[in-house]
Write a protein that binds this ligand. Structure first.
Ligand code: 5RP
Length: 238
């Protein structure tokens, strides 16, 4: 199977296996999570599930939901009341304890909101995302307000990170997030403690959020991870 087929299989399997009628559901962003969104659209249109209330984590996911007739709500709406039963999302890196790096698609802020507001959390990731240590191979995104770009970069360097401002591809200048911020992509040279760093990075003035997903204070995030192998096998790891 090529990577695109693995992503499709994973997204569809998570949707079919986990989504039940009436759920308050967070839907993630990216080329794997989009297949869960599409499968949910199919299941709804076939009448196999109903009564979903969906919280999309990005423009991409919201517009796909709207196209497919999947009802979307704000997390602040009375229909969701600030909480979700389940979120399904992709990831950029998964370590042996199922801790994550996310934000390759720049949607980490709302993705973390969904993940940490969910009773259950499922991640769909092909095997190229499995790593021993987070934040070394794939860069960790840090969302910062524009005015804080340089001071935050200096603070991150003091934590041992190499820092690169994420540049846009078909626009001159940087990527601007859906919240008007910048993304600093950072890499550590040596293994770090993601639980400690998640909090330390967020304590730097001007940082909005970072892409370590280890769990809200006092609660470890324990995602159910669907891992797709190149030979077509799919494993569940929790
Ligand atoms: C977006 C994300 C994505 O979930 C992550 O980048 C994985 O994307 P893909 O499934 O396209 O490989 O965190 O902000």
């Amino acid at each position: 199977m090529d990577q695109a087929e693995i992503k499709q299989t994973l997204g569809r399997a998570a949707a079919e296996g986990l989504v039940k009628s009436g759920m308050k559901l967070g839907l993630g962003t990216g080329s794997t999570a989009i297949h869960a969104v599409r499968r949910i659209g199919e299941l709804l249109s076939q009448g196999r599930i109903s009564g979903l209330r969906v919280f999309p984590t990005s423009f991409q996911t919201r517009s796909e939901c709207e196209k497919l007739g999947i009802p979307v709500y704000s997390l602040n709406s009375p229909e969701l009341g600030g909480g979700l039963d389940l979120t399904i999302d992709g990831a950029d890196e998964v370590d042996p304890e199922n801790r994550l790096v996310k934000g390759g698609g720049g949607a980490l802020l709302i993705e973390k909101l969904a993940a940490y507001a969910s009773a259950s959390y499922a991640v769909v990731a092909d095997e190229t995302k499995l790593v021993e240590h987070l934040g070394i191979a794939f860069p960790l995104p840090v969302e910062v307000i524009p005015e804080a770009r340089v001071p935050v970069s200096r603070s991150l360097e003091k934590l041992g990170a190499a820092v690169v401002l994420r540049e846009a591809l078909r626009k001159a200048g940087p990527v601007i997030t859906e919240h008007g911020n910048l993304l600093l992509d950072i890499r550590f040279r040596e293994p770090v403690d993601p639980e400690v760093l998640e909090g330390e990075i967020n304590a730097i003035p001007g940082v909005v959020e970072n892409g370590f997903f280890t769990g809200p204070r006092g609660r470890v995030l324990r995602p159910l991870v669907y891992i797709g192998r190149a030979d077509g096998r799919m494993e569940l790891r929790d």
